[in-house]
Design a protein around this ligand. Structure first.
Ligand code: PRT
Ligand code: ZN
Length: 297
């Protein structure tokens, strides 16, 4: 029997769309996204892409409508902590991704003194994340009155409808612009690759594994650089010490020179200008730092 098509849910717009698509493309999946429809078929595999609001992704996973998804960990946990999901097979995080980083924080108007969670005891807090906030406050026995907003949360205190807010923060500029001060960071999040809780058929399990391995290769490549330069053979050991993760470089003789060699190596970390300057000071020349697209070890 041929397995059903594998369905992956991603955010249809918003902050995670571009990087989710980019990641899946780098994993080798080809989609025709031109028509903007809810469902996009993969052109070379039995895989479909479902483009939805991020709020819907956890539920689609919990109810087994999709097999995998890319969503903020904050959204995943918030929805699954809500009523009605206790009985569902819990979706599992397969891998944290290197985009969508943010934190969920409590923020109060400038000038309001914060003396720990008890400061918001019984107060009205504007948030889209009441469950994560409730869980955070449970330890200190503090309760709050939720003012549920799905947008413009940061204007609620100034509008006089909430004492403070609990919202996502990345640079902090939105808080600052609205006269708010971050007083407690309660949750750190990135985008995550998630699979549904139930066991999948062998083909779909294999696909999750394949995506996970390929993403690992893509993420490793982001940090890696291929480094090439010419250098005096006698100082090989000193050069290796300067390059992170370059234990076994390729050393190639240079035509017409007995003491100079070409050194090629994969550096597992980004190579900063200071390292280049140190290589140069040690006698290296023609130094090239080349980005790496994929890594498989
Ligand atoms: O339409 P849909 O429901 O799909 O999208 P959405 O509007 O609910 O979500 P979206 O696209 O804004 O965010 C999707 C996910 O991106 C979030 O669930 C987080 O996992 C992640 N993310 C990362 C962020 C931010 N950074 C972020 N800064 N989501 C929202 N923000 C907002 C925040 O709410 C606040 O309004 O940006 C503002 C703060 O940013 P700074 O830089 O000023 O601090
Ligand atoms: Zn949303």
């Amino acid at each position: 029997m041929t397995p059903e098509r594998f369905r992956i849910a991603i955010q249809k717009g918003g902050r995670l769309f571009d990087e989710s698509i980019d990641l899946l493309k780098k994993c080798g999946l080809r989609f025709d996204l031109r028509n903007g429809r809810l469902l996009a078929h993969c052109t070379d595999r039995p895989v479909d892409l479902l483009r939805v609001r991020d709020d819907d992704i956890p539920g689609l996973l919990a109810h087994g409508v999709v097999d995998a998804g890319i969503v903020g960990r904050n959204e995943l946990e918030e929805v699954l902590l809500g009523k009605g999901y206790e009985e569902c097979p819990q979706p599992q995080i397969v891998r944290e991704l290197s985009f969508g980083a943010c934190r969920l924080s409590i923020a109060l108007p400038d000038g309001v003194k914060y003396e720990g969670p008890e400061t918001i005891q019984g107060q009205r807090i504007a948030t889209s994340y009441p469950n994560l906030l409730r869980r955070f406050l449970a330890d200190s026995g503090v309760s709050f009155k939720p003012c549920l907003l799905t947008g413009s949360v940061e204007v609620a205190p100034r509008a006089g409808i909430a004492f403070g807010i609990c919202d996502l923060v990345s640079s902090g500029a939105t808080l600052e612009a609205n006269g708010l001060r971050e007083v407690e960071k309660i949750y750190f999040s990135t985008a995550v690759l998630v699979r549904r809780g139930e066991e999948l058929c062998a083909e779909h399990e294999a696909l999750i594994k394949l995506l996970n391995t390929r993403i690992a290769g893509i993420e490793a490549a982001k940090e890696s650089k291929y480094v090439m330069f010419n250098a005096p053979r006698a100082k090989l050991a000193e050069f290796v010490k300067l390059l992170p993760g370059a234990n076994h470089p390729t050393v190639v003789p240079l035509a017409g020179s007995d003491d100079m060699v070409a050194i090629h190596t994969l550096s597992k970390e980004n190579v900063v200008w200071e390292t280049l300057e140190q290589l140069k000071a040690l006698g290296a020349s023609s130094i090239l730092i080349v980005p790496v697209e994929k890594v498989m070890e």
